[in-house]
Design a protein around this ligand. Structure first.
Ligand code: NAP
Length: 266
C-alpha cells in the first residue's frame, strides 16, 4: 500500500510551484499525495505562510497526523522548510532525521443565553468590543476574581501563538512546548476610575481562566479564533483551559526555534 501525504497549499503562484515540485519529488519516492485531507495519511504538509499553516491545521480539524510547514509566505514563523531545501527535507523525512515538537492547543467554552459551544485554537483567542467602546470583563483564575478589566480587549494565547498577536500587544514569547498559556491585555486602562493589570500573565496549564462580560447583555462582543472573527451577544462567560488535543510538528533542525526567531524578527 502506498504511503499517503496530505498537502495543503494556498493559491499564490509560488505556493502552486512549490506544491508541484513537492508532489513530483514525493511521487518519485513512492508516496501518494492527497490535496483533500485524508485521515489515513502519515504527514500533513502546509505550503504558504503562517496563515496557510493555521488554515491547514483548522482544515484537518486539529489532526494528530504530524505537520510540516513549507514557506512561500511573507513571514512563515511556523514554516521551517524553504523551496530550495525540499529535496533534503524529503530525504530527511524518509530517513527519520527529525524531532517531533508537541504543541499544546487551547480550548474555549462559550455560553450565551441560547448556546454553549467549545472550540480550539493554535495561536490565540481574542475577546474585543465590536465597536470603539471600552469593554468591561471580569477575570477569574480557578474561580478567584483577579480583576475587572477595562480596555480594548484580551488575548488568550498558546505558547506557539505567543509570537503572533500576543507579541505585538507586548506579551512574552513562550517556547512552544512550555506548559502554560498567556493572558495579554489590549490597551488596558489604569486610572483612578479603572484598575487593570497592564502586564501579560502566564497561567499554568492546570488552571482555568474564566472571563465574564459585564456589559449590557444585548451589546455584541467580538470573539476571534486564530484570526477568524465572529460576534455574539448575551454571553454569560468564556472559559479557557488547555486542550487535551496536541498538535505535532516535525522539526529538522533542533535549534530552529531560536534561529527562526532571530531571522524572522531581528
Ligand atoms: P494575517 O493578518 O494575514 O497575518 C498576520 C501576521 O502574523 C502574518 O505575518 C503571519 O505570518 C503572522 N503570524 C501568524 N501566526 C504567527 C505565529 N504563531 N508567530 C508569528 N507570526 C505569526 O492573518 P493570518 O495569516 O490568517 O494569521 C492569523 C493571525 O494573525 C492571528 O492568529 C493573529 O495572531 C495574527 N494577528 C496579528 C495582529 C497583530 O500583530 N497586531 C493583529 C491581528 C491578527 P505569514 O505572513 O507567514 O502568514
Amino acid at each position: 500500500m502506498k504511503h499517503l501525504i496530505n498537502i495543503y497549499f494556498n493559491d499564490n503562484l509560488k505556493s502552486i510551484e512549490t506544491f508541484l515540485k513537492t508532489k513530483k519529488l514525493l511521487e518519485q519516492k513512492g508516496f501518494e499525495v492527497c490535496t483533500d485531507f485524508n485521515k489515513k495519511a502519515e504527514l500533513n504538509i502546509c505550503i504558504g505562510g503562517d496563515g496557510s499553516f493555521i488554515r491547514g491545521v483548522h482544515g484537518s480539524d486539529f489532526s494528530s497526523i504530524p505537520f510540516v510547514g513549507v514557506n512561500t509566505g511573507t513571514l512563515g514563523f511556523f514554516q521551517e522548510i524553504n523551496f530550495e531545501h525540499i529535496e533534503k527535507f524529503i530525504d530527511d523525512y524518509i530517513n527519520k532525521k527529525y524531532f517531533v515538537e508537541k504543541m499544546r492547543l487551547l480550548e474555549c467554552e462559550m455560553r450565551t443565553k441560547d448556546i454553549v459551544f467549545s472550540d480550539k485554537c493554535l495561536n490565540e483567542f481574542v475577546i474585543k468590543s465590536n465597536n470603539s467602546e471600552i469593554i468591561h470583563l471580569e477575570i477569574y483564575i480557578d474561580g478567584n476574581l483577579l480583576e475587572t478589566f477595562a480596555g480594548d480587549g484580551l488575548i488568550i494565547s498558546t505558547p506557539s501563538g505567543s509570537t503572533a498577536y500576543n507579541m505585538s500587544a507586548g506579551g512574552s514569547i513562550m517556547y512552544p512546548t512550555l506548559k502554560g498559556y498567556q493572558l495579554t491585555p489590549l490597551a488596558p486602562i489604569f486610572s483612578k476610575v479603572y484598575r487593570s493589570i497592564s502586564n501579560s500573565i502566564v497561567i499554568p496549564n492546570t488552571s482555568v481562566l474564566k472571563i465574564v462580560p459585564i456589559e449590557d447583555s444585548h451589546k455584541k462582543i467580538s470573539f476571534i479564533k486564530d484570526g477568524i472573527e465572529n460576534e455574539y451577544k448575551d454571553i454569560s462567560y468564556f472559559e479557557f483551559k488547555k486542550s487535551k488535543t496536541m498538535l505535532y510538528k516535525l522539526i529538522f533542525n533542533e535549534n530552529w526555534y531560536w534561529i527562526n526567531m532571530r531571522d524572522k524578527f531581528l
